[in-house]
Ligand binder design. Structure first.
Ligand code: SF4
Length: 362
């Protein structure tokens, strides 16, 4: 079993089954999430027979590093992991000096203080993805399977352990890698609960961001649960036909339905929603589109996070240039909708989600 798949109560149950005292569970939990141990031998506070039993029954690393790439400016590292069943997933570490450049900063105004030197992780929630967004390399790969909560947590722990060696810590985690997080709702929330646990990793909910294509029932469920996790919606179009052309999910959930669900979320949580917008030259970056979007979002507690498209092999759309991006932002802001233009990261290492896995599987 993967040790990160166990939450604290499950670990306590396991200790009971192994006839170990209950406090052993907490010792293991703290070793995993406070001391960031990555193998049973490191648990020097546990008796040797228990360490041996853990080694016999539990896996600590659910994948191996197939490859990793650092961007030429060393700010971005992308790791391609291979799971035991052969599936590939990707996670990206982004080092930020400028908060405006950070996807999580744009989604959470509560995190703007002390924004320098952030270490943001973009992690995967599924191997592949069923949503089929045409501009996305993961969408072009298709769906393979859901990740378990432990496989999600393990990506964070992998980087947390690596950063610890450099006396650094993870600042933020965004669920924006491969997969649609709300399509794997239970496991993603279980992973969040593990990361969030006050006796373990203590990773504040406001430092987490879920990015969804807009699965309406799950947005409403998420609102009802009133978590403090940030919510981002990948919108990318202001008109149903235009959105359907690039995002098949729009067949099921129309823009009005998504925005209604966002209104419900805001009412329930009083939290701001971020709308993600991949700027595609000549497709969704014109002043007319910006005005249409502004009309859609009028009065909503929200923010638009626009980023020039990361080009992929399977889609011939091009990235918007800086000037057009700036004009798009100004049109929105004149209409009272806050907007940030983010720089693309790691273009030289195929850092857009699914690009590395796509290249490997070709
Ligand atoms: S953009 Fe996200 S939801 Fe769409 S296909 Fe890619 S991974 Fe899936």
């Amino acid at each position: 079993m993967l040790i990160y798949d166990l939450n604290l109560p499950a670990l306590e149950t396991l200790m009971r089954e192994w006839n170990e005292p209950a406090y052993r569970a907490k010792q293991i939990w703290q070793g995993l999430y406070q001391k960031l141990y990555s193998s049973p031998e490191q648990f020097s506070n546990l008796p040797a027979p228990l360490r041996a039993k853990i080694a016999e029954h539990c896996t600590f690393v659910p994948f191996h590093v197939k490859t990793y790439l650092d961007s030429s400016d060393q700010s971005t590292r992308k790791t391609l992991f291979q799971l035991p069943d052969g599936n590939l997933i990707e996670s990206v570490l982004m080092r930020y000096g400028d908060p405006a450049d950070d996807p999580q900063m744009a989604t959470s105004d509560t995190n703007r203080r002390g924004a320098k030197n952030r270490r943001t992780l973009c992690i995967s929630t599924q191997a592949g993805c069923a949503m089929g967004c045409v501009f996305c390399a993961t969408g072009q790969l298709g769906f393979k399977r859901n990740l378990t909560s432990g496989e999600i947590v393990a990506q964070v722990m992998y980087y947390a352990q690596m950063l610890k060696e450099q006396a650094e810590t993870v600042s933020n985690v965004v669920f924006m890698g491969m997969g649609e997080p709300f399509h794997n709702y239970e496991n993603v929330m279980a992973a969040i609960d593990i990361l969030n646990d006050g006796e373990g990793y203590k990773f504040g909910a406001r430092r987490l961001t879920i990015s969804t294509v807009g699965l309406v029932p799950q947005i409403r469920r998420f609102a009802d649960e009133q978590r403090q996790v940030n919510l981002a919606i990948s919108l990318h179009a202001a008109d149903d036909d235009e959105r359907l052309a690039i995002m098949p999910v729009n067949k099921r959930y129309k823009i009005d339905d998504v925005i209604d669900a966002c209104k419900y979320y805001i009412e329930k949580t009083h939290r701001r929603v971020t709308f993600e917008w991949a700027l595609i030259n000549g497709v969704n970056d014109t002043p007319e589109v910006a005005q249409k979007l502004a009309r859609r979002l009028k009065g909503l507690l929200c923010h638009v996070n626009a980023i020039p498209l990361n080009p992929t092999q399977g889609y011939d759309g091009e990235a918007t240039d800086r000037q057009r991006a700036q004009a798009f932002k100004e049109t929105l802001e004149q209409a009272g909708i806050p907007c940030t233009i983010r720089m693309r990261r790691g273009i030289d290492i195929n850092a857009g989600c699914g690009q590395l896995a796509g290249a490997e599987s070709q």
